[in-house]
Design a protein around this ligand. Structure first.
Ligand code: NAD
Length: 443
């Protein structure tokens, strides 16, 4: 990588800003400074740390609009969704700090005292698809627990992360929260440096590399990885509701959401009606740039991701799937709302995480077989069933996923994956405590 990291607007292909790449020596210096600062930070009381963070979040209020705009400009999210993400982080930061403070309070268990002590220096490595929320979810509890944090944001969205860190640092003590910029090489240098924990959100492939590089020192790990979420639509499902969810979840964030619905299996007895409803709804989705009103599907984050989605479409159509809506060869930077039916195992849309605005459907005749097919994935992030509640519960009880939705979306707090979608959490008491060394004291 060059010495300069340029942030590219996916709509125009133009650079909207640049930052210096953190070189190996910079990483070493940051880690040394972080260890020093962490010793002072951890000597503050839990309450003091929570209060300082809450104060720091008030500084973000003035930046909410700029943060939202940077999200849009760096990764293409429409203005409405970007505002929602920025608002959630800015308005929710103080709450998150308080919630982490509650979870990390010393407790008694039997005759012992349970303390939640800091681990040291935590590397937070984040993706571009929710560039502010994904970083923030892990930074806040790590800091509350008394650790120092070095954030390595995605190379696709460095500016928004930089503004977050700079603004919080108006209040936070020096070197407690630092930021390293660059691509995977910067991330790798950070993981291999003498830090104590890596809290990672991103793809499964990168997760594997991080795990291998963290192994020699047995560094603590949080792994929030990709998904290939199935949706099962039973014969008893409310078809309009199921279709609404199928389209909304497949297209959310232009399909670039870890819990996007990636493959849909519908009972063959209702399949025609369901597919018709899906196509009718999908046609209403508007494609365009982030600042255009009522846009639902923005440009994909970069050429590589666009190419990958086109490859998935070609692969499916070449192997016999049908294009019910969309284009065989969508032009950069957009993928219009796409509906494909007749997907099969062995197709990329069925086997891999596509991460694009595609509703991918197949029909089933046996519930037992479809449960097996839904579970036939290395991933296990979310899964969804639509149908009469008792039947849907029965199916849900057999699904292998960290988060399962019955007649609604999957997800909550803690946010958690199963199988190779990772381990560890975003949020919840379990999530906050993963940033602490649990110490059992008997006196
Ligand atoms: P990615 O794995 O390509 O990159 C994520 C981060 O890892 C970036 O900051 C990148 O620079 C860094 N990185 C790359 N190689 C590295 C290495 N060898 N060592 C250390 N760091 C390295 O993922 P992405 O494309 O930014 O994000 C999309 C992926 O993230 C999808 O798979 C999506 O499902 C997943 N995701 C999961 C969740 C969740 O909660 N489970 C949430 C959001 C995104």
């Amino acid at each position: 990588m060059e010495n300069i990291l340029r942030s590219i607007d996916p709509l125009t292909g133009e650079a909207i800003g640049s930052l210096p790449v953190s070189k190996p020596q910079d990483i070493q210096d940051m880690v040394e400074k972080a260890h020093k600062a962490q010793r002072v930070w951890s000597s503050k009381s839990l309450q003091e740390r929570v209060q300082l963070l809450q104060q720091a979040y008030t500084k973000l209020n003035a930046e909410e609009g700029e943060l939202a705009q940077l999200i849009s400009r760096e990764m293409g999210k429409d203005a409405r969704r970007a505002q929602y993400e920025a608002g959630g982080v800015v308005q929710g930061g103080a709450w998150l700090a308080g919630d982490a403070g509650e979870a990390l309070r010393t407790k008694r268990s039997g005759g012992s005292e349970i303390q939640y002590r800091p681990l040291g220096v935590v590397a937070v490595i984040s993706p571009w698809n929710y560039p502010l929320a994904m970083a923030n979810n892990l930074i806040v509890p790590a800091l509350v627990a008394g650790n120092a944090v070095i954030l390595k944001p995605s190379e696709e969205s460095p500016l928004v992360a930089d503004l977050l860190v700079k603004t919080l640092n108006q209040i936070l003590p020096q070197d407690i929260l630092q930021i390293a910029h660059g691509d995977g090489a910067t991330g790798e240098a950070l993981v291999k440096s003498p830090i104590n924990m890596v809290a990672f959100t991103g793809s499964r492939t990168t997760g594997q590399k991080i795990m291998a590089n963290a192994a020699p020192a047995l560094k603590r790990l949080v792994m929030e990885l990709g998904g290939n979420d199935p949706m099962i639509v039973l014969q008893s499902a409310n078809i309009p509701q199921a279709a609404q969810f199928a389209v909304g979840s497949s297209f959310e964030n232009s399909g670039q959401m870890c819990t996007s619905t990636e493959r849909i299996y519908v009972d063959e007895k209702i399949a025609d009606k369901f597919e018709n409803a899906v196509v009718a709804l999908a046609k209403q989705y508007r494609v365009g740039g982030w600042q255009e009103p009522q846009v639902d599907i923005g440009p994909l984050v970069n050429h590589r991701q666009h190419q990958k989605v086109v490859e998935h479409i070609h692969d499916a159509l070449n192997k016999g799937a049908k294009l019910l809506l969309g284009e065989r060869d969508p032009q950069l930077p957009f993928i219009p709302p796409t509906v494909i039916s007749g997907i099969r195992p062995g197709m990329l849309v069925e086997d891999d995480e596509t991460f694009g605005p595609i509703v991918a459907i197949d029909r089933f005749s046996s519930v037992d077989d479809v449960v097996e097919r839904a579970n036939n994935s290395v991933y296990g992030l979310g899964a969804v069933v639509f149908g009469e509640s008792k039947q849907a519960e029965q199916v849900a009880s057999q699904l292998q996923a960290g988060m399962i939705g019955i007649n609604q979306g999957a997800g909550g707090s803690p946010w958690v994956g199963a199988k190779q979608s990772g381990f560890g959490f975003h949020g919840g008491a379990e999530g906050h405590r993963q940033f602490a060394q649990i110490t059992v004291l008997n006196r």
